[in-house]
Design a protein around this ligand. Structure first.
Ligand SMILES: [Ca+2]
Ligand SMILES: [Ca+2]
Length: 261
């Protein structure tokens, strides 16, 4: 049931009336609704409701933080084995490193980071306020993950893998690792309709120097409910999962285009 509510997407959660109806019908359709499921469902609805409200108020950063504020807690407490050792996950991180290394000199610098931020901002014609907020988040992310902002702070692939593995194994960092995604969504959603069309997604991939064909393939996987649009919820869920899962069967592996070898 919880998964069914998830699939409905955050856009549907705009209307309070809809939420009530949806919650009631979802709960009634369950053959034997267990108390735990009910609590979980109402908690999820509350998160999406609050997240969307904040997102709508341009508090994009807080929206992203909220969406997954309580997710992955269980797995954190259950599984203490060090994560991030699989070839698959490391391949995904190498793919992301290659996108973040905008000038392709083999290392990510603060300039690369800002340049990519600029590209995404221009892509969606973000308002000056949203652009500043996005830049602040990128700055915070840089300082938190890579330390000092200076031209000599260069992140090679080995350092990147090591740091991302640290994120994967640190619950507090893990909770924040997707903070940039709501901004990215807002930037990619050029017409600000609240959903990403395949045309908008092609432009996003263009920013990453990927082809339109790559975009179409990734789009089809990220659009998990096959409605021809990528919702806020689909985008954040899969974008975050790309960073965190070691399960190679998940469609989130397509989020950043073809994986590097
Ligand atoms: Ca670079
Ligand atoms: Ca969709």
């Amino acid at each position: 049931m919880a998964a069914a509510l998830f699939r409905n997407g955050i856009r549907c959660v705009i209307s309070n009336e809809f939420i009530k109806k949806r919650a009631i019908s979802a709960l009634c359709c369950e053959v034997v609704p267990r108390e735990q499921n009910v609590i979980q469902a109402s908690r999820e609805l509350q998160y999406y409701k609050t997240a969307w409200r904040m997102y709508s108020k341009r508090n994009v950063h807080q929206a992203g933080v909220l969406v997954f504020a309580n997710e992955y807690e269980e797995s954190d407490t259950k599984d203490y084995q060090e994560k991030g050792q699989s070839f698959f996950w490391r391949r995904k991180m190498r793919t992301l490193h290659s996108h973040l290394d905008v000038n392709k000199d083999g290392v990510i610098s603060y300039d690369d980071f800002m340049l990519l931020g600029e590209r995404f901002s221009d892509l969606g014609h973000l308002t000056p306020e949203a652009k500043t907020e996005f830049k602040n988040v990128l700055n915070e992310m840089w300082e938190e993950q890579w330390g000092e902002i200076n031209p000599y702070n260069l992140i090679c692939i080995e350092t990147y893998l090591e740091k991302m593995q640290h994120v994967l194994n640190d619950p507090s960092l893990k909770r924040k690792c997707h903070n940039f995604l709501p901004f990215l969504f807002k930037a990619v959603d050029k017409d600000q309709s609240g959903e990403i069309s395949v045309q908008e997604f092609k432009l996003f991939f263009q920013c990453l120097n990927l082809t339109h064909d790559d975009a179409v393939i990734s789009f089809s996987h990220i659009d998990t409910n096959d409605d021809g649009k990528i919702s806020f919820e689909e985008f954040i869920t899969l974008g975050r999962e790309f960073l965190l899962t070691e399960d190679s069967t998940k469609p989130s592996k397509y989020f950043w285009g073809p994986l590097v070898d």
